[in-house]
Write a protein of this length. Structure first.
Length: 399
């Protein structure tokens, strides 16, 4: 006699076996398709480095063609590090093609591999999910591959406060093994590319100054503390809740303005939540009297590239940020902003700026000057174009 739960257990095990068989069959089919693709290019010579010639005036022929492979085409980093640059690249004679990975569809993977043969340079934007076979085929077809990253993708577990494993680091190492160069958002990230034997060019995410109008300064006490970002960063505001509560007690009219995709609530802190929208972002940034970027120190946060700071500075807003990673390279504490390490630092730094409009204005103007000098979109795109040309002329470039 069989009990009901035993029968259910057997049925469940049967379903699991069937699912495993289906997965193996799909995997085998995918490998056969890829191997067939390998055979089709096996006897061809590897793609040679193209002769790069500047585009002649009044001609439609581009100087070079660059294939950009992305995981999420609407991700903020893709917009900032790629799509905003397309008009500049076009002026420089660089034609770009953007393809999104769809690793569940073999046809999409083959489409990417075929496109790689038709372009001078391939850029992988934070894409570390390709298999060893796919990477080997890509390198065979086109060895002129750049890996672009502005996050510590090799430590992605830390983004979700999970213990580190070797899984993502191995994916990163495997991807770097076929790259000719890397474009890293900061030197911390670049050091990991260099450790894999790949030359890294440090290219911090840029600011399109045409979109950023400097705020009008006023002599009244500013009482709006501002933060802008995706909701996965709200935990950093919770991290400094004690300091924000003390500021609310010290400045009864002060408020924390949060511009994000989800609202935030903190006990003892007056908060004004605003939904982030592209068409109102600049207005929101200019409404801040003090822009803040709190972080705790981890391998994930050290991979951040300080984009919030750059946005605040571009709008002419005074900045206070955690003294973590690249923040200390952007901010000269006491000159164009303040760096904070402790709860008292946060209270003192923000409080000083709330009380002193002259210092807020000075920090804001110095910050804007820094963006114009070092972080403009035109400068970033021109440097990236140089990297394209360098890789196009030197396949397999390593340190």
């Amino acid at each position: 006699m069989r009990f009901g739960y035993e029968k259910a257990q057997d049925e469940g095990e049967t379903k699991d076996r069937k699912r495993r068989i289906r997965r193996r069959a799909i995997l085998l089919l995918n490998w056969r398709i890829l191997l067939s693709f390998v055979r089709s290019v096996k006897n061809r010579k590897p793609s040679k480095s193209p002769s790069v010639h500047p585009a002649k005036p009044n001609t439609l022929a581009p100087e070079m063609r660059v294939l950009c492979i992305v995981e999420h085409g609407d991700a903020p980093s893709i917009r900032l590090r790629l799509k905003d640059c397309l008009p500049v690249y076009q002026r420089l004679g660089i034609e770009t093609t953007i393809l999104a990975t769809q690793r569940s569809r073999m046809s999409a993977q083959i489409r990417i591999l075929r496109a790689a043969r038709q372009h001078d340079v391939v850029v992988l934007f934070k894409t570390i999910g390709f298999s060893s076979l796919e990477l080997a085929i890509l390198h065979r077809i086109n060895p002129r591959v750049i890996f672009d990253f502005d996050d510590a993708v090799m430590f992605r577990e830390q983004k979700y406060e999970q213990p580190l494993t070797s899984r993502n680091f191995e994916k990163f190492r495997r991807t770097m093994s076929v790259c000719a160069a890397a474009a890293a958002g900061n030197s911390f990230l670049g050091s990991f590319a260099e450790a894999c034997g790949v030359k890294a060019t440090i290219l911090p995410t840029s600011i399109d100054l045409a979109k950023y109008r400097v705020k009008e300064q006023n002599a009244t006490d500013g009482l709006t503390i501002g933060w802008v970002g995706l909701s996965d960063g709200l935990r950093y505001l919770r991290h400094i809740q004690p300091a924000l509560r003390r500021l609310s007690e010290k400045f009864p009219g002060a408020r924390l303005k949060v511009v994000s995709d989800k609202p935030l609530e903190l006990d003892g802190v007056r908060i004004q939540n605003e939904s982030w929208r592209m068409d109102t972002e600049q207005e929101q940034l200019r409404s801040f009297d003090v822009g803040i970027m709190p972080l705790w120190d981890s391998v994930w946060t050290r991979g951040k590239c300080g984009y919030k700071i750059l946005q605040y500075m571009a709008a002419g807003t005074a900045v206070v940020a955690s003294d973590v990673g690249v923040n200390g390279e952007i901010i000269s504490s006491g000159q164009n902003g303040f760096l904070a390490r402790t709860e008292d630092d946060w209270v003192s730094s923000i409080g000083t700026l709330l009380e002193n409009s002259t210092q807020r204005q000075a920090f804001g103007m110095r910050g804007r000057e820094l963006i114009e000098q070092k972080f403009s979109l035109d400068r970033y795109a021109a440097r990236y174009a140089e990297l394209f040309r360098e890789v196009a002329g030197s396949p397999g470039l390593t340190t």
